[in-house]
Design a protein around this ligand. Structure first.
Ligand code: PHE
Length: 446
């Protein structure tokens, strides 16, 4: 095992790579629909609280483990546990993370495939002049066609695994970093446009005026899961990136920058999408199709709408591409650790993910009513359990490892902050993040 991995050369490169992993479907697709399903502002308040109290401190924990270990996740955990005189079994946490991202990538690829389909439809100008009802009906017909879903799912996965196998993720990240500001700008433009519609004021009220009575233990658990998902925390995926972090970079500052970017993308998307929802009299709790129906409606009303919409889906695709590479990486690294070559490992991961993804594809047609667990079909299961249970459990264990198991001087050096900064981080993780995650999980599951 190569203990001295190559480092990213600049601080910016590290922040941008982590942002590439964080910003994706979670912000633009999942955040609006999950907020819509869970009562709006109250959910938003919980989600932001979880980002601050849990997501951020645990993100630092995860990256610092990678930075201290300077190896692939399983090896870093095993090595550091050995150094601390703790059980080597900690390394299985890396495997658990790989299993988590396996489940997540299976639906991530299917939904990113929807963006491919929408990109093509947008380029053809097929959304222009169509009403919200027509676009909604078109989306439903698309979902009911497993062949089209499979084609797009396959295409997206091939795109992802090719980059992973060729080891050119850095090149793609560079492109992404160049274009991410453009995605941001487009969302700002959309939000400004949203301000001119009559759905804007109700949208702001829905997003920012909390009705606390909607909060239940399950809503709290959804908010916690989403905080982990959107920040890409809890699956050892960021741990892998931490291994490449430059020596003299403040980890808290980098993590803070990523979180601010990530949350602001979600908020902009939320403002744009809910303005359309309310101006068109749609249902905020519409579910996973929310973004795919509202954004074409919004863009269709703008001058040059088809062009903007095409650019939007192109940028979204790029954002999901970099996230899915980050999702695939821990699995490929794990298989490589077992002695497989990079190309073979990528092929194995790609095929396994593809097969599981087929069950998500069919959850909208033939297998819609096949509910193997908890009354949920496969798509509902893979979008819920790995995100809301596995990521928090993984995050909790990573946090325990970094704040309780690792020797203090080791974790402090890897965090790259002063003594008082370190103590603040460790106190928050030990006495707020860990108990909070444990209580929310217990309340939601029991
Ligand atoms: N954060 C990504 C998104 O919001 C998803 C992701 C989760 C990526 C976990 C890596 C690990 O789309």
């Amino acid at each position: 095992m190569n203990a001295t991995l190559e480092r990213w050369t600049t601080r910016r490169a590290f922040i941008l790579a982590v942002t590439g992993a964080a910003v994706g479907l979670g912000n633009i697709w999942r955040f609006p629909y999950i907020t819509g399903e869970n009562g709006g502002a109250a959910f938003l308040v919980l989600y932001i609280a979880f980002v601050l109290l849990l997501g951020l401190p645990v993100m630092m924990a995860e990256i610092l483990v990678g930075r201290a270990g300077r190896r692939a996740p399983m090896q870093s955990l095993g090595y550091l546990a050995g150094q601390a005189g703790a059980s080597r079994h900690w390394r299985w946490l890396g495997l658990f993370g790989a299993f988590t991202v396996f489940c997540i990538l299976s639906f991530y690829s299917v939904v990113s495939g929807w963006s491919i389909e929408f990109l093509i439809t947008a380029v053809n100008g097929d959304f222009v002049g169509r009403s919200a009802a027509e676009i909604g009906a078109g989306f439903d017909a698309f979902l009911a066609d497993p062949r089209r879903l499979t084609f797009n799912h396959t295409l997206f996965l091939v795109m992802t695994m090719t980059v992973v196998a060729a080891g050119v993720a850095k090149g793609l990240e560079r492109l992404n970093n160049l274009l991410m500001p453009l995605l941001y700008l487009l969302l700002v433009l959309l939000a400004i446009y949203a301000a001119t519609t009559d759905g804007f004021v109700p949208a702001l009220a829905w997003l920012f005026k909390p009705d606390l009575s909607v909060i239940t233990p399950l809503v709290v658990m959804h908010a916690m899961g989403h905080a982990f998902f959107t920040l890409a925390v809890g699956a050892c995926a960021l741990m892998a990136y931490g291994a490449y972090m430059p020596e003299h970079q403040s980890l808290p500052r980098a993590a803070g920058a990523v979180a601010v970017l990530d949350v602001s993308v979600a908020l902009l998307a939320g403002i744009a999408i809910f303005s359309v929802v309310f101006s068109q009299g749609m249902d905020p709790g519409e579910g996973p199709g929310l973004m795919f129906v509202t954004l074409p409606v919004a863009f269709a009303e703008l001058p040059w709408g088809a062009l903007w919409l095409s650019i939007f889906f192109l940028l979204l695709l790029l954002a999901t591409w970099t996230s899915s590479i980050n999702l695939a990486e821990p699995m490929v690294a794990t298989l490589q650790g077992l002695g497989l070559g990079r190309g073979k490992a990528s092929a194995v991961v790609g095929i396994a993910v593809w097969l599981l993804g087929l069950l998500s594809v069919l959850s909208f047609s033939n297998l819609a009513e096949w509910r193997p667990l908890f009354g949920m079909n496969v798509f509902e299961l893979v979008t819920t359990i790995p995100t809301e249970v596995f990521l928090p459990v993984g995050g909790l264990l990573i946090a325990c490892f970094a704040a309780w198991v690792m020797p203090q001087q080791e974790s402090r050096a890897a965090l790259g902050v002063s003594e008082s900064g370190f103590l603040l981080w460790r106190t928050v993780v030990r006495w707020i993040s860990i108990p909070l995650a444990a209580v929310v999980l217990a309340a939601g599951l029991l």
